[in-house]
Design a protein around this ligand. Sequence first.
Ligand code: SF4
Ligand code: SF4
Length: 447
Amino acid sequence: MGFPTFWGGVHPPQNKDLTRDKQIEPYLPTGNLTFPMSQHIGAPNAPVVAKGDKVKVGTPLGSADAFVSAPVLSSVSGTVKEVGPRPTVPGTFDTCVVVENDGLYEKDGRWAPLPDYENCDPKEYLARIREAGIVGFGGATFPAAVKFAPPPQDKIKWFIVNGAECEPYLNCDFRLMMEATDEIVKGTALLLRLFPEAEGVIAVENNKPEAIAALSESVARLGAKNVRVQPLTVKYPQGSEKMLIEALTGQEYVVTALPADVGCIVANVRTVQQCWRAIALGEPSTERVVTVTGDAIAEPKNVRIPLGTSIRELVDFCGGFKEAPVKVLAGGPMMGMSMRSLDVPAVKGTSGVLALTARSTMLRRATACLHCGRCVDACPMGLVPSALDSLVLGKEYERFETEGGMNCIECGSCTYVCPACRPLTQSCRDGKSFVMAQRKKRKAAGK
Ligand code: SF4
Ligand code: SF4
């Protein structure tokens, strides 16, 4: 039987077996933890602690006064050791708070369940979701309280819970669907109180039949009204917001718009679970599950870690490297970011650490375009990646914009299929960054 899907896309090898059956293991680091003040799309936090301050699990480290922002909270108890620029996953420096870990993981007493949460005004959920620092854990890290408060004219018909996890190698969402099934279903039902006219759809790619069965059983057992589980065709990037909306509702929407403009709210399974835990249990967003995998890792695992854990310490917990990796990525092989150093902290958007040997990477030199058109067939956004690549290389940024370059979702499909090994996605990323920087400059100059 065919399941809904979208146009374009690719079928990369899944390589999920290394951690598919590995239960989530909790890990509490012993080393210091580092908290970048920007772990979300939007305005960075301003630090509200100084060297020498005592903090506990759940203590705010930064203020998030701007509308599109989310506070950064401590995930550890101890003493602030430093506030200043430190390296982060992309290799850039960001203002960070470093906390000397006292090893006690004492909780900040300010957190408690939202009183009478099943009957209160659901708008109270938004304040709790915001103060708990919850963002989209699928990778986009958009502040959840902003996403869940669309303008009143947007009539929300679909609340889509994203369990597609189409990125190869990663299993953090799959394990969560298997191990926190009821919390995801309860979270979906609870958040539907914000959107009373919407149907809740938990969307899962059809290569995860155990998760589909567990979630379906939970929906039936808990009597979750207006919630259903929808299997999807296995195809990359099915888990991207735009592709999910197209597959589930048959509607197209431009990426420069918001899903709410077409009646949809899309939230990752972990985001929904964390919202439930913040509202029902009074638990702020201080941890996440990370898949540590790849053929260079000694013991691939799914690990629940406090945010701010050093990637090096996390890799050590997984037995370190059994072979020297030629590439270590934060995230999966399609959209992940190459890391220059392991001495950086895991943040809200860190879904995986993927360490690959030369055997499992394609490290060939790029050659000239063969004009084969494969990248065009693969692009789910209907773009011409080969042409966008040429425009960026020729610094023709205006034409890059008019040819739709800003619609690129950086999914990596074009790079994956290119027989000439051209870094097409990187070109689009560079083109988009340049255009965004120009727009910012023009705005600052009042033009
Ligand atoms: S051009 Fe962008 S959206 Fe299209 S396949 Fe390449 S990375 Fe994906
Ligand atoms: S897939 Fe590569 S070689 Fe083929 S048209 Fe696109 S850029 Fe050129």
